[in-house]
Design a protein around this ligand. Structure first.
Ligand SMILES: Nc1ncnc2c1ncn2[C@@H]1O[C@H](COP(=O)(O)OP(=O)(O)OP(=O)(O)O)[C@@H](O)[C@H]1O
Length: 199
């Protein structure tokens, strides 16, 4: 049975980095592009990290009943929406086709509701807070227009969004520590291969 491997974690835990590396190592995992109304960051390409869109398209998906999950962040730049749409990217008719995605705890739960618990496999990433903030700052500094206030807002919001209570509610039991990139990639690949061999 096809699975959706779902990467989650607080900001700057390395989800994008891990995602990109996993796609290189396991090219058979299909990419699902989600949508965002936030402005494009330096170096991001349309349809790669996200489909960059607007609220009109979001409303269209909603009206058509094709919105799988939606989250909105009240940022210092206004409200940014992120959403997953049933836009033809998921094809569970195709045998042995697994998917790799990045999301939040809430979107993970909504995907489980939409597709069924068995379909979605959580991959929860963790990094010690001090190290995570250091990485976030270093990353922000490389941007042409660093958004430090937004970086701080996300850092603070993370403690609430990923509280132990919320993790327990979402049924997250396994955690992957991103101290050494090679080490975490090896562990995740092992997990996916094990799942695939059980099917
Ligand atoms: N194991 C690691 N050791 C050191 N730095 C790392 C490691 N993994 C990722 N990084 C760096 O940490 C920063 C944050 O990583 P990344 O952008 O992948 O995180 P993210 O979880 O996708 O963040 P966000 O949710 O905020 O978009 C990047 O600059 C990345 O290069």
């Amino acid at each position: 049975m096809s699975k959706i491997y779902y990467l989650m974690g607080k900001s700057s835990t390395g989800k994008d980095t891990i995602y990109k590396e996993l796609r290189k190592r396991m090219p058979q995992l299909k990419n699902v592009t989600i949508y965002t109304t936030r402005p494009r960051r330096e170096g991001e390409k349309e349809g790669e990290e996200y489909f960059f869109t607007d609220e009109t398209e979001l409303e269209k998906f909603k009206t058509e009943g094709r919105l799988i999950e939606e989250r909105a962040y009240n940022t210092v730049y206004g409200i940014w929406h992120y959403f997953t749409a049933d836009d033809g990217q998921f094809n569970f008719e195709q045998k042995n086709q697994d998917y790799l995605m990045i999301g939040t705890l809430e979107s993970y739960e909504k995907l489980k509701t939409y597709f069924g618990n068995e379909k979605v496999v959580p991959l929860y990433i963790e990094v010690e807070d001090g190290e995570r903030l250091t990485r976030a700052l270093a990353r922000e500094k490389t941007q042409k227009e660093p958004k430090y206030a937004e970086m701080c807002r996300r850092f603070l919001a993370d403690s609430k969004d990923f509280s132990e209570e919320n993790l327990a509610h979402a049924g997250i039991t396994e955690r992957y520590e991103n101290t050494d990139l090679e080490d975490i990639l090896e562990k995740i690949c092992k997990k996916i291969l094990k799942k695939q061999s059980q099917l």
